[in-house]
Design a protein around this ligand. Structure first.
Ligand code: ADP
Ligand code: MG
Length: 564
């Protein structure tokens, strides 16, 4: 490492290697000067022409990049500027198969692919397929990619003079406003906020860009829930504040309930200008829950929701390799609270009905002694009252939650209305249903055994993503399909790297609880080291995950063992 070749050094070296066996690309690993204030670092050379591409870091120092100081004055602004630059660089290399650059999607995350330093420097990390016809080095083409090609990316995408200053500023200020909005929510007693004018529906289930066309109904807050917030750049913005407590979203099918909930789900992230959800925010400790039959559960205290199983298993210390829909959702709820979630989002579309409700008639037919499940409707109030955990629930199919909701929002043709008062009247007529629990007892904290988080496969660390579906962690495949707030494949890689970091840095030591170890991880990922901490495990395309998704992956690792 660390070879600082003279300018022209890389070109001369590649000329020398032209026609040499492919494996000798490895000799280029190191840092090469590309021009004033610019370097290209060959992080990794590919082993053969068909292996994953080589990895390169193109760096411009603060002066060479030339952005005004205020554009990179804070960590949030640096993340935003990097997000702007990486999108611009991706447009520059679009269609060029030799370069692989992770630009991300609608969310603006801390990513390995582009970082802005506290000194205003800009680093772009990307893959380069090193040319090797007949397994020989093509030195001239390689130089074109790593020298002039990289310089062109820098000139057209990474320096201030390549950009319209107003656009850069808009991007940075939008992200800063979004982060400020999220940070403001707890002080205001809110769990979420949706600005008037926000565009919530997406183009399709497979395309996260905003839906287009005249039929898209912009969001408009009901007056009862309208609040005004002051953002650092946009000034006063009004919209719907979702209060703490138990909030129900009701309404007919296809009226926009799930779309609203999904916007809140995604509101834990900042969005790029033009997304439609730039001013939709949810508290950072918001976790979406769903049923996920078949998942593993390791020693979770589920007795608040599941008790007296037919086999007599102890549900206060419950493990299974194959959870049912209801037990999986109960476990995910307890695990989320254990990891520190203070807002839970649940959609009837993906929830286990028998964990959500048990109505008066079913209570009459099936005696409580014969029903292991205690539905959430009986502990959701206590979750908030005794544990400070709010819930936002989409529930169009059962009225039992009207008894326990603080607020009821009705979606009607994509327009929200506050129907809390009317819901109270309806709920005043008794159904004959009896509550089956007094309170939620809280969660039991577990101490993961670090030896059970083993990322090695055939003697090497193996951490990889298969889209958002799966994390490959050593010999294990972790199913993340039901962890719905995961943003993209690089973030799945980030989750795996974070798990490895928890072990390597000794945060998980068999004595600390998972939540305590995640606290240490948070400090690291939010600190100046940030992305670099994850890159130190392995230099790969990654996005920084939240503690909740890291916890979700740990909990879904089939090899996980914990102490209690
Ligand atoms: P629900 O959960 O109430 O059944 P969804 O949220 O799934 O309804 O929405 C139904 C359809 O309406 C989806 O195709 C969604 O994209 C679309 N949709 C949601 N909100 C809007 C809106 N504000 N304007 C236009 N279409 C919308
Ligand atoms: Mg729905």
């Amino acid at each position: 490492m660390g070879r600082q070749g003279p300018r022209g050094g890389l070109e001369r070296e590649l000329e020398r290697l032209d026609g040499a066996p492919y494996g000798r690309y490895k000799g280029l690993v190191g840092t090469w000067e590309l021009g004033p204030g610019r370097t290209v670092r060959i992080v990794r050379a590919q082993a053969d022409p068909f292996a994953p591409p080589g990895r390169v870091a193109l760096r411009l120092d603060g002066e060479a990049a030339g952005f005004e100081t205020e554009l990179w004055a804070t960590p949030v602004r640096r993340r935003a500027l990097a997000g702007y630059l990486v999108r611009s660089a991706a447009r520059e290399v679009r269609g060029e198969r030799a370069y692989q650059l992770d630009a991300g999607g609608q969310e603006v995350l801390d990513r390995g692919s582009c970082t802005v330093g506290a000194d205003g420097s800009v680093t772009l990390r990307f893959g380069v397929s090193l040319p090797g016809p007949r397994r020989r080095i093509d030195g001239h083409l390689a130089w074109r990619l790593l020298g002039p090609g990289a310089a062109r990316i820098a000139d057209r995408a990474l320096v201030a003079r390549a950009h319209e200053a107003a656009l850069v500023r808009e991007f940075v200020e939008t992200v800063e406003d979004s982060a400020a909005l999220r940070a403001e929510l707890p002080q205001r007693g809110l769990v979420g906020f949706v600005a008037d004018g926000a565009l919530l529906p997406r183009r399709s289930g497979a395309d996260d860009r905003p839906a287009r066309g005249a039929e898209v109904v912009p969001f408009r807050s009901p007056k009862e829930l309208r609040v005004t917030v002051r953002l650092p750049n946009a000034g006063e913005v009004s919209g719907m504040g979702v209060p703490e407590g138990v909030t129900l979203i009701v309404g007919g099918g296809f009226h926009g309930k799930s779309t609203l909930l999904r916007a809140l789900e995604s509101g834990v992230w900042d969005h790029a200008p033009g997304d439609g959800r730039e001013r939709v925010a949810a508290r950072a400790d918001t976790v979406k829950l769903r049923a996920e039959d078949g998942r593993r559960v390791e020693r979770v205290d589920l007795h608040a929701f599941v008790d007296h199983l037919p086999g007599g298993a102890d549900t206060s210390d419950f493990s299974t390799d194959n959870a049912s829909g209801s037990t999986s959702q109960a476990a995910s709820l307890c695990e989320a609270v254990e990891a520190g979630a203070r807002v839970l989002l649940i959609d009837e579309d993906t929830a286990a009905t028998n964990l959500m409700i048990r109505d008066a008639r079913m209570q009459a037919l099936v005696a409580k002694e014969r029903e292991p499940l205690t539905p959430l409707v009986d502990s959701v109030r206590s979750l908030h009252r005794d544990h400070g955990v709010s819930t936002v629930l989409v529930m169009g199919g059962s009225g039992d939650y009207l008894d326990v909701a603080d607020r009821v929002i009705m979606m009607d043709a994509y327009r929200p209305a506050d129907v809390t008062a009317r819901a109270r009247e309806v709920a005043a007529v008794p159904t004959g249903r009896r509550a089956e629990a007094e309170s939620f007892p809280g969660v039991v904290h577990r101490r993961p055994d670090p030896a059970s988080l083993d990322a090695t496969a055939r003697g090497r660390t193996r951490i990889r993503s298969r889209g958002t579906d799966q994390l490959v962690f050593g010999e294990h495949e972790v199913d993340l399909r039901s962890v719905e707030q995961v943003v993209d494949g690089p973030q799945v890689t980030g989750i795996g790297l974070a798990m490895e970091l928890l072990v390597r840095r000794g945060h998980l030591d068999g004595r600390r609880t998972l939540a305590e170890a995640l606290d240490l991880l948070d400090v690291e990922l939010a600190g100046p080291e940030g992305v670099a901490a994850l890159l130190s495990v392995h230099d790969e395309d990654l996005a920084v995950p939240r503690r909740f998704e890291v916890a979700a992956a740990v909990n879904r690792l089939r090899a996980l063992r914990v102490f209690r």
